[in-house]
Design a protein around this ligand. Structure first.
Ligand code: ZN
Length: 273
C-alpha cells in the first residue's frame, strides 16, 4: 500500500458525509470466508438459488442440515478491526449510511447504528407463508433436538453459514413455522431473489446527498451492490475502493487502496483525526 493512497482515503473520510458499502472482505478476518477469490471468481460451488430452495423439500433439507452444523461457528464470529473502524467513523459523525451486503450482523455487533442490511440477516428466520420473523437461535435448538445424528459433523463453512457435509440429507428433519406450519427460510436475500425495494430506496437517497461512496471489502460482482457504484458515478460522487484484489467498480473509482481492509481503515482513520 502506498502512503499517499491512505492519506487520500483519510482526506476523503475527514470530509464526512460518507456512504460506505461493505462486502464479504470485511468479515474474512472474523473467520467468515468470502464467496469469491481476488479475481472475483467463485471459490466453491455457487450458493443455493431461491428457486432451488423453494422448489424441493430435499433442497431445504440440504440447506438446513448444513446451516445447523455451521451455525455454531457463525454465531461465535466477532467484529474485527474493519467493523470497529467503521463504527468509529459513525461515532465521529462522518458517516451518512453504512450499506452492507453481509448477512452476519457484525457491523451492528461492532456498534454501528446507521446500517442497511441489504441482503438481510442470518440471525433471523422468516416464514414464507405467514411472513412471521423469528430468531435463528430458537430454530437452532429445534433443529438440534430433532436431528441429533447430524450434530458434530466435520464441515467447511461458507460465507452464508452454509457448509459442505458428507451425509444423507434426506434423513434431516426440517422444522416448520410454529405459527402456521409453513416453510421457514433464513431472512436473507438468496441469489435469484430481489432485494426489498425499501432498502434500495433508503440507500439511494442517502447516496444522493453524500460527498463520497467508499466501497470496502467487496468485488461488487453482484448487481445489488454494484448498482450503488453506478449511481454514484452517474451523480458525480467520487468513489473510493478499499479492497484486496480487483473489483467491478475499479474503472469508476477515483481512488483505489489495495490490501487488508481493517489495517487500511484503521490507518486512514488515525490520519484523519
Ligand atoms: Zn408461518
Amino acid at each position: 500500500m502506498a502512503e499517499t493512497d491512505v492519506s487520500a482515503l483519510a482526506a476523503l473520510l475527514a470530509e464526512g458525509d460518507v456512504v460506505v458499502l461493505t462486502g464479504a472482505g470485511v468479515s474474512t478476518d472474523s473467520g467468515i470466508p468470502a464467496y469469491r477469490d481476488e479475481e472475483g471468481r467463485w471459490k466453491q460451488s455457487a450458493p443455493m438459488q431461491f428457486r432451488e430452495f423453494t422448489g424441493t423439500p430435499l433442497a431445504r433439507q440440504r440447506y438446513w442440515a448444513r446451516s445447523m452444523v455451521g451455525w455454531a461457528r457463525m454465531a461465535k464470529a466477532r467484529p474485527n478491526a474493519a467493523h470497529t473502524a467503521l463504527a468509529e467513523l459513525e461515532h465521529q459523525g462522518r458517516l451518512r449510511l453504512l450499506i452492507t451486503q453481509n448477512v452476519d450482523g457484525l457491523h451492528s455487533a461492532a456498534g454501528s447504528r446507521e446500517v442497511i442490511d441489504l441482503h438481510g440477516r442470518l440471525d433471523r428466520v422468516i416464514c414464507l407463508e405467514c411472513k412471521e420473523l423469528s430468531a435463528r437461535e430458537a430454530l437452532q435448538a429445534r433443529l438440534v433436538n430433532d436431528n441429533p445424528s447430524f450434530v458434530g459433523q466435520d464441515f467447511v463453512v461458507r460465507a452464508d453459514g452454509d457448509v459442505e457435509l458428507d451425509v444423507d440429507y434426506a434423513r434431516f428433519r426440517v422444522a416448520p413455522c410454529e405459527a402456521c406450519g409453513g416453510v421457514l427460510k433464513p431472512d436473507v436475500v438468496f441469489f435469484g431473489e430481489n432485494v426489498p425495494a425499501s432498502r434500495v430506496q433508503t440507500s439511494m437517497s442517502a447516496l444522493e446527498s453524500a460527498k463520497a461512496l467508499v466501497i470496502v471489502g467487496s468485488s461488487l460482482m453482484v448487481f445489488s451492490g454494484f448498482r450503488f457504484a453506478r449511481a454514484a458515478a452517474r451523480l458525480g460522487i467520487p468513489i473510493a475502493v478499499v479492497n484486496r484484489g480487483k473489483t467491478r467498480a475499479d474503472e469508476l473509482s477515483a481512488l483505489r487502496v489495495d490490501g487488508n481492509v481493517g489495517e487500511l481503515l484503521e490507518g486512514a482513520l488515525r490520519a484523519a483525526s
